[in-house]
Structure formats: C-alpha cells, structure tokens
Design a protein. Structure first.
Length: 157
C-alpha cells in the first residue's frame, strides 16, 4: 500500500456491520424500524373572519343559436346586471361571457353588433328580451352600425 493512501478505519466498518445486523434482526423479529419523531404541532391559528368575496355578477344570462329566415342568429339575453352595467369595461366582460356560452360567436362583425347593443339597445330599448347577433351581417364601423340600428346589411331579425 502507498504511504500516502489512508487505510480504511476498522472501527467505522464495524459500526456499519453492527447497524445492518441490528436492522436485520429487528426485521426478522417482526419489529418495525423506528420512525422519525412526529413534527411539532403548529400553533393554533384562528380561522379568518373575512368572508370570501362573492362571485362577480353575471352580465349575460344566455346565448343561444337560432335559425332565422336570413340565416343563423345568436340570441343573447342580458341579465338585469348586464342591462344596468355602465361602461366599456362591462362590455368587454359581457362579450367574454358570450364567447364562453357560444365559442363560435367570435366571427367578424359579431363583436361590433354586440358593442352596438351594449351601447344603444340598453338605453333605447331597455326591455328588449334578446339582442340578436348575426354572423352573416357585414362588419362595419361604429357610426354605420348605430345608424343601421345595430343591424347592418339587412332587417332586424
């Protein structure tokens, strides 16, 4: 052996052999190995007294496809909250709800028709039962959309 290499400790090897022997004997005797101690209990924490936030009010009750004499029409029914919700940010949230209910509604011109209804139908016809959006209507600018009563390219369905 080289003078620079250390010789393994016989004491360390003996301890390792003894540990294996004890574990083997315990297993043979049907004793389970000692498990580590359980973690210390955590201090009691008072439950939160803050009630959970309510879910945001729905703005759209339903969005259902129907067939008209002119082609498909999406009948959007706003909730009372949807009819009374002011502002452009409400329109974006409501449109998201429409797309959640009718994912195939995201075609050119449909959002513009919806925005027109959101802006004008809620004010001019607050009790109108449905806002009908048609994918066959052409996409037009906001001014023409309003001038056409939110129904460019054909009669109201």
């Amino acid at each position: 052996m080289s003078p620079h290499r250390s010789r393994p400790s016989t004491a360390g090897a003996a301890v390792a052999v003894a540990a294996v022997a004890v574990a083997t004997a315990a297993a043979a005797a049907g004793c389970a190995a000692t498990s580590p101690p359980a973690p210390a209990p955590t201090p009691y924490q008072r439950p939160s007294t803050t009630p959970p936030l309510p879910a945001p009010a729905r703005l759209i009750a339903s969005a259902t496809w129907a067939e008209s004499d002119f082609g498909p029409s999406l009948e959007v029914v706003p909730t009372a909250d949807g009819r009374g919700n002011p502002g452009v940010s409400g329109a974006a949230l409501a449109w998201r709800e429409v797309l959640d209910l009718a994912p195939d509604a995201g075609t050119p011109g449909m959002r513009e028709q919806f925005d027109c209804h959101w802006t004008w139908a809620r004010v001019l016809e607050p009790d109108k039962p449905t806002w009908n959006l048609e994918p066959w209507r052409p996409p037009v600018g906001a001014d023409l959309m309003a001038a056409e009563g939110c129904n460019p390219g054909g009669p109201e369905v």
